[in-house]
Design a protein around this ligand. Structure first.
Ligand code: SAH
Ligand code: SF4
Length: 347
């Protein structure tokens, strides 16, 4: 049986037509799923009994199941362990930004794969290897499962488990579904895709001309160091990566984010900052510094606050827009690079 969340509205309409139902029923089903966050067919009260039965006979109609929810005592960040239909599990993280509760914005960090094959040395997901790609419906389903309990989400970032551009087709389809005005109605400007730097896919994405935010996990400004930290750099070195980023900017006119993990004594010196400033000079971009989060099995340490501030200041003094990303959910292992979907707590 097919997963109903895998269809765009147009596809659902034509399936219904083939099944002998009027196409407008597609819109109704879409609204139940995407605006009312209802996945129980029996609650879809405006559908005729025959149609409900047809859906039940032919399609799996359920959101990923929340099997664990951990809430940070520090900042309210919530980490969800979600179970998919084949019992694989993934993690999704809900973060809150901004001051007073009424003004708080919610960002959901979603996964695109179960595990990841890239193997960056600092990343817990990378240590799992790749189990499988997620389908478009499983990607979108994370938003629905969380929204059902926690209300409307403001921003979506593809920064959870997996490398989104290795699952290009499903990720693109998920964006189509997320931005459908009859459903979740997200502006693509509220969507960020983070990649370790797959050059052909960045070029392909540029051609789609979707005004989303592209984030590049850079972490080093020279090939020697980046080869060690992000092994895909051996295949797509910095020169090629930067060229692909320029192509994206040309096609979309969107500012690109460069993520830079700051690791103690490895890439955190003032000369590293200067090297980074030279590499990015003149590009329509900003830098997100991510002080390294501790992952078991790696010797990577976070530099102290002064080193982090000096690094950021050096970039700013060279005219590079820079922010230091604040750590979220430190007490529940929900921060960047810590997701690994274990069912037995945080170990
Ligand atoms: N695969 C994609 C998206 C998921 S990772 C990518 O690599 O971009 C999201 C971000 O978390 C990336 O910038 C990644 O490099 C970063 N990250 C991974 N492990 C980390 C760690 N231990 N500390 C801080 N950031 C980490
Ligand atoms: Fe994969 Fe991203 Fe982790 Fe690297 S940082 S192993 S690309 S999830």
């Amino acid at each position: 049986m097919e997963y109903i969340l895998n269809y765009t509205r147009e596809e659902l309409n034509s399936l219904l037509k083939e099944g002998g139902f009027p196409a407008y029923r597609g819109k109704q089903i879409y609204q139940w799923l995407y605006t009312k966050h209802v996945d129980d067919i029996n609650e879809m009260t405006n559908l005729p009994v025959r149609l409900k039965q047809w859906i039940m006979d032919n399609y799996i109609c359920s959101f990923p199941k929340v099997i664990r929810e951990q809430v940070s005592k520090i900042d309210g960040t919530a980490k969800f362990l979600l179970e998919l239909v084949d019992e694989q599990t993934i993690e999704t993280v809900l973060m809150f930004h901004g001051g007073k509760a009424v003004k708080q914005r919610k960002t959901l960090c979603i996964s695109s794969q179960v595990g990841c094959p890239i193997g960056c040395v600092f990343c817990a997901t990378g240590k799992m290897g790749l189990k499988r790609n997620l389908s478009a419906g499983e990607i979108v389903g994370q938003i629905l499962a969380v929204s059902k309990a926690h209300g409307k989400i403001d921003n979506i970032v593809y920064m959870g488990m997996g490398e989104p551009l290795l699952n290009y087709k499903s990720v693109l389809k998920s964006i189509k579904i997320i931005t459908d005005e009859v459903g979740l109605n997200f502006s693509s400007r509220k969507i960020t895709i983070s990649t370790c730097g797959l050059v052909p896919e960045i070029k392909k994405l540029s051609e789609e001309k979707i005004p989303l935010t592209l984030a590049i996990s850079l972490h080093a400004a020279n090939n020697e160091l980046r080869n060690v930290l992000v092994p895909i750099n051996k295949k797509y070195p910095l020169e090629d990566l930067l060229q692909a980023v320029k192509y994206f900017i040309n096609k979309t006119n969107r500012k690109v984010t460069f993520e830079y993990i700051l690791v103690k004594d490895l890439n955190d010196s003032i000369s590293h900052a200067k090297e980074l400033a030279v590499l990015l000079k003149g590009l329509l971009c900003n830098v997100n510094i991510i002080p390294a989060n501790q992952v078991a099995g790696t010797a990577m340490k976070r530099p102290n606050g002064r080193v982090i501030a000096n690094f950021a200041q050096m970039l700013q003094s060279k005219g590079i827009e820079t922010v230091v990303r604040s750590e979220k959910g430190a007490d529940i292992d929900a921060a960047c690079g810590q997701l690994k979907a274990s069912t037995n707590g945080n170990d």
